[in-house]
Design a protein around this ligand. Structure first.
Ligand SMILES: NC(=O)c1ccc[n+]([C@@H]2O[C@H](COP(=O)([O-])OP(=O)(O)OC[C@H]3O[C@@H](n4cnc5c(N)ncnc54)[C@H](O)[C@@H]3O)[C@@H](O)[C@H]2O)c1
Length: 271
C-alpha cells in the first residue's frame, strides 16, 4: 500500500477524477474525506469505498466559500485526527468567448477553480502544520499552460493554480509540505461529456483531441488518480513545485506522419 494510515481530503469527489482518486487512495490504505456540493454523488463515492472495506466520510462543502473550506478541514481533523493529503480538485469550466462572458460567469469559474484552491490550502496547510507536514495536490489543466479558445476564465484560473502551487511549495517546503499540480489533458469525465452532449457543434473538439494526442485516446479518471497517488506517496518525496502534465502527449508537439496530418486536415475542413 502506498498511503497506509494516511488521511486524505479530496474535493470534487462526487464525480470524475475526484471519485477515481478517492477510491484509489482508499484502496492504498488512506482514510478519505470526500468533499463536494453534490450530496448524492459524494455519498455514492463513500458507499463505493465502504463496499471495498475502506474508511471514508462525505462532507458537503462549496470550495469557493471560506466557511465551507474551513469546515471541511475541521471535519476531517475531528473525524480522523489529522490531515496528510489535500487534493484540491473541484473545478468547473465555462465555454464562452471573452467578449460575451458576463462578470458573474467569470467570477464563478475563478472562484471555484482558483479561489477554491487558495481556501482549501489555507485551512489544509494550517492543519498539516499541526501534525508536522503533508502533501497538497492541485488539479490545474493543460489550459493553465497554453490557452484554449472559448475558455478565458478557465485558462486564467488554471494558470493561477500552477503558480499558486509553486508558491505553496516555496513557502511551506521548509515546513515539510510538498505541493504539486496535475495538468490533465482531455479526460473522459462528465465535465468533458457535458461539453459535447447535446452540442453537435462541439463534437469535432473531442475528435480533434483524439487525433492530436499521440496516444490517440482520451484519458480516464484513473489515469489522473494514479498520477495523484504518485504525487501523494513517498515515491515523490523529492518532488515539489512541479506541474505534472497527464495528457497522452497532447501538448508534446505535432505529428510527423504525413498521412495522419493530411487526414486530420481533411477532417478539420469537413467539420
Ligand atoms: N475532464 C477534463 O478533460 C479536464 C481536463 C483538465 C482539467 N480538468 C479539471 O479536473 C478537475 C476535475 O474535473 P472532472 O473532469 O473530474 O469533472 P467532473 O465534473 O466530473 O467533477 C467535478 C466535481 O467538482 C464538483 N464541484 C463543482 N463545483 C464545486 C464547488 N464549488 N465545491 C465543491 N465541489 C464542486 C462537482 O460537483 C463535480 O463532482 C477540475 O478541476 C477540472 O477543471 C478536467
Amino acid at each position: 500500500m502506498k498511503l497506509p494510515g494516511k488521511v486524505s481530503l479530496i474535493t470534487g469527489a462526487a464525480s470524475g477524477m475526484g471519485r477515481a482518486t478517492a477510491i484509489l487512495f482508499a484502496r492504498e490504505g488512506s482514510k478519505v474525506v470526500a468533499v463536494d456540493i453534490d450530496d448524492a454523488g459524494g455519498q455514492k463515492t463513500v458507499d463505493l469505498i465502504h463496499e471495498m472495506g475502506g474508511d471514508a466520510i462525505f462532507v458537503r462543502a462549496d470550495v469557493a466559500r471560506d466557511d465551507d473550506a474551513r469546515r471541511m478541514v475541521d471535519q476531517a481533523v475531528a473525524r480522523y485526527g489529522r490531515l496528510d493529503v489535500l487534493f484540491n480538485n473541484a473545478g468547473v469550466a465555462q465555454g464562452v468567448e471573452l467578449t460575451e462572458m458576463t462578470e458573474e460567469e467569470w467570477d464563478r469559474v475563478v472562484d471555484i477553480d482558483l479561489k477554491g484552491v487558495f481556501l482549501g490550502s489555507k485551512y489544509g496547510i494550517r492543519a498539516m502544520l499541526q501534525s508536522g507536514g503533508g502533501v497538497i495536490i492541485n488539479t490545474a489543466s493543460i489550459s493553465g499552460l497554453l490557452a484554449q479558445n472559448f475558455l478565458p476564465a478557465y485558462n486564467a484560473a488554471k494558470a493561477g493554480v500552477i503558480n499558486l502551487t509553486r508558491y505553496i511549495a516555496v513557502e511551506y517546503g521548509p515546513r515539510n509540505i510538498r505541493a504539486n499540480a496535475i495538468c490533465p489533458g482531455a479526460i473522459d469525465t462528465p465535465m468533458l461529456q457535458s461539453a459535447v452532449s447535446g452540442k453537435p457543434e462541439n463534437a469535432p473538439v473531442v475528435k480533434y483531441f483524439l487525433h492530436m494526442a499521440p496516444l490517440h485516446r482520451l484519458g480516464t479518471p484513473e489515469d489522473i488518480a494514479k498520477a495523484a497517488l504518485f504525487l501523494a506517496s513517498d515515491d515523490a518525496s523529492f518532488i515539489t513545485g512541479h506541474a505534472l502534465v497527464v495528457d497522452g502527449g497532447l501538448t508534446a508537439g505535432t505529428f510527423m506522419d504525413p498521412n495522419r496530418l493530411r487526414a486530420m486536415a481533411e477532417d478539420l475542413l469537413k467539420a
